[in-house]
Design a binder for this molecule. Sequence first.
Ligand code: PLP
Length: 417
Amino acid sequence: MMFFIVKNNKVLILGGFMIRINENFLNLKDNYLFSTINQKIEQYKKEYPDKKIIRLGIGDVTKPLPFGITKAMEQACMEMNQVETFKGYGPEQGYEFLREKIQQEDYEKKGIQIDKDEIFISDGAKCDTANITDLFANANTVAITDPVYPVYLDSNIIAGRTKIIYLPCTKDNNFVPELPKEKCDIIYLCYPNNPTGTVLTKEQLKIWVNYAKENKAILLFDSAYERYITQDNIPHSIYEIEGAKEIAIEFRSFSKTAGFTGIRCAYAVIPKGLVGYTKQGKEVSINSLWKRRSSCKFNGVSYITQRGAEAIYTEEGQKGIEENIRYYQENAKLLKEGLQEMGYEIYGGVNSPYIWLKIPKSQTSWQFFDELLMKANVVGTPGSGFGPSGEGYFRLTAFGKREEILEAMEKMKRMFE
Ligand code: PLP
């Protein structure tokens, strides 16, 4: 049977006739960015098969996992082989042994009081920052910095939210987003920022915390790159800002800090005091909503992975990941200084593994991409792929191998000769 209504002389099919899709997907901009980059590389390789291409585009780590972490995972794997220690489904929120470590090492030792029931282990900050949209009504207005990690925008479009406001971050405002003129309910902040590599001070973040409190809004704070901060006055956690526990969720990931991009483990902190409101203005705990969502849609992260993540917090684990982070930080410094010597205007790279380069000529981000590929065989990411305010900029990542970073610098220098 088919159901339809007639509206304004048009027949609208309601259902019972064919499978209907979530048409919000059709409102997404096609994700041409990385596929276009790959197509261009493939084309270039066909024309110049002997040329070696250096890829500094995708933000994926290249250093292997520290030994202590893989050893812990190996042991956990062997536990699965014994009747006494075998594990089936684990707790959706994550094993207590890992939540306790996070609570103590990432928060308590840094003077931040977080309860372990406020920590939720997941298989990635990408999923977390997207899935959190399940908790909020479509009537909310969402503010997103521009340029931006694309997941925030796309996940809200898929959910059907239409009131989305861009907060431009360019060299003209020192990459500091201004408070929106309209009232916003959900605000995404990512610091250290992907793609610009810039950070906000405590005072600058306090403005956003105050805004959220005054407007009964929520801050979704992505600090996936906090371990890359080198300067003392830059906060690693939103909870370093007074009052943030009342209005902010924090997302963290082991991907870029511990080399877990392939292993998959992250966590979200949702304070128990954080509330949203029903249409009638009744307060509802966001922590309880997320717990409810997790028990419905998620079966937790594997035991082996969580034992690996726990091992990050051992002395050996910390030493291993710090060595890797220092390596990427040194790469960022080499890129930044090398490019500055060549006369480029560079942002980021000090508290972040990302270099945000201002394209000097009146070239678009894609034109610069093509020139760099043709003349230096170096691949980066055009800034326009991260939002309209990214036009005229270009992102390079410091996650590459040292010898390739140095080679890329040499080739770019020769581009000028
Ligand atoms: N958040 C930001 C800002 C990122 O840049 C990335 C990855 O590039 C993620 C989250 C994804 O992290 P995960 O690997 O934990 O999904």
